[in-house]
Design a protein around this ligand. Structure first.
Ligand SMILES: [Zn+2]
Length: 404
């Protein structure tokens, strides 16, 4: 594949970033990767610094463009990656950043070192060209919830618009995400000999009762906000298309999803189990507050202790928001078709949306390649996303009021 100078530089940068094994958890090589980005920006005359809101969790922060402008836009993303799993299952080493044909392979290729590489490149390319404050922030703890970086960043700065370069693919824009409700149920019983179960209380059976009851949360009909109805329908169609197989009655996005991830209990076949626990992952669509979803879930559980492991509000930026509409126009103009989606998984976008800042997720890579073996990103995706982002950043504040 023939590639021009700009694209070559972004491809090399992606590959270079993959070579830092910034695995989280545990946090490894974060400082080295952060220093590399900081030095690259500084070398090009960009006002960059390394921040650390929490010890051991660096944030690369930079400002370019017109720093006195009242208008500002944040380009952000994470440079931590999930562990590679069994390294022998990879075609190339997960940290080689191997370029083969039209793809770059490696852990983080799509999630989201290619996205970071595009943003770094745009910072230096557009530093003197835009008449607003263009901010860049690369964070190191998205994969473990963002509490050490993006949460603080969203307290500190108030950009007009936030663009996160997580993988969406060049023709898709992600405007929202489901809420998170991860719980641990703990059930206690009374031990007895396995041959005389009537003398004991079986914690496993009692927990199973609760799990079956809790699984009914999937049937709760949720009134999806009007401006999101098409987006959710569209998302379910897209996910099914990528998945390839037909699934009857697929409603994982519009309903509260239910998955038992872990179950542990019992000590021996001939003992009545006096302890059992399970961890359940439920994802909550916009249309219900997380507090109400939790209350509803609690009522379904009768025998077990109900503990929240992690929770977050479902959140989205309206497809009618001016910055989103303008982005849709840019995608159509530069890349062709534009799909607006809401994703089931959580991103750091929620911290900014909770401050009423509009957020859009847009970056190279497929929705279903992150966190898999042989993770890759296609160079064509990088090129298209780069072109769209460049066009958008050059025009974002032009005639914004006139058009809407
Ligand atoms: Zn990610």
């Amino acid at each position: 594949m023939e590639i021009n100078k700009e694209l070559k530089e972004i491809v090399d940068l992606t590959s270079k970033l993959i070579q830092y094994p910034t695995v989280n958890p545990p946090a490894t090589n974060m400082q080295d990767a952060a220093t590399f980005m900081y030095e690259m920006l500084s070398r090009h005359g960009i006002d960059a610094k390394l921040k650390e809101y929490a010890k051991g969790w660096p944030v690369v922060y930079a400002e370019a463009g017109n720093k006195r402008s009242k208008k500002s836009l944040l380009l952000t993303g994470h440079f931590d990656v999930v562990p590679p799993g069994d390294e022998k299952s990879w075609k190339y080493g997960p940290y080689e950043g191997k370029l083969e044909g039209n793809k770059i392979y490696g852990r983080g290729a799509s999630d989201m070192k290619a996205g970071i590489a595009i943003m770094l490149y745009l910072m230096k390319e557009l530093a003197e060209k835009v008449d607003y404050k263009l901010i860049f922030a690369a964070v190191s703890d998205e994969e473990t919830g963002g509490k050490n970086c993006s949460k603080h960043l969203a307290e500190e700065i108030m950009p007009d618009f936030v663009l996160i370069g997580e993988p969406s693919g060049p023709n898709s824009l992600i405007i929202g995400e489901k809420g998170l409700m991860q719980v641990k149920l703990i059930c206690k019983g009374r031990p007895a000999h396995g041959s005389l179960p009537s003398f004991g209380i079986n914690a496993i059976e009692k927990l199973i009762e609760d799990l079956l009851s809790l699984s009914k949360i999937n049937d709760l009909k949720i009134e999806i906000p009007y401006d999101l109805k098409d987006v959710i329908k569209n998302t379910e169609e897209e996910l099914l298309k990528e998945h390839g197989e037909k699934i009857k009655n697929f409603k994982d996005v519009e309903r509260i999803s239910f998955n038992i991830g872990i179950i542990k209990g019992g000590i021996k076949v001939n003992v009545v189990a006096d302890y059992c626990e399970a961890e359940v992952d439920m994802r909550v669509p916009p249309g219900i507050k997380i507090e109400d979803a939790i209350d509803y879930a609690k009522k379904l559980v009768k025998n077990s202790e109900f503990n929240i492991l992690q929770s977050s509000q479902p959140n989205y930026t309206s497809p009618n928001n001016v910055y989103i509409k303008k982005f849709v126009d840019s995608v159509k103009r530069i890349a062709g078709q534009a799909n607006t989606l809401l994703i089931p998984g959580a991103t750091d976008g929620r911290y900014f949306r909770s401050k009423n800042i509009p957020v859009l997720i847009y970056g190279p890579g497929k929705l279903n390649t992150p966190h898999t073996y042989n993770e890759y990103v296609e160079i064509e995706d990088i090129e298209k996303c780069y072109n769209v982002l460049k066009y958008y950043l050059m025009n974002v504040f032009n005639k914004l009021d006139e058009k809407n």
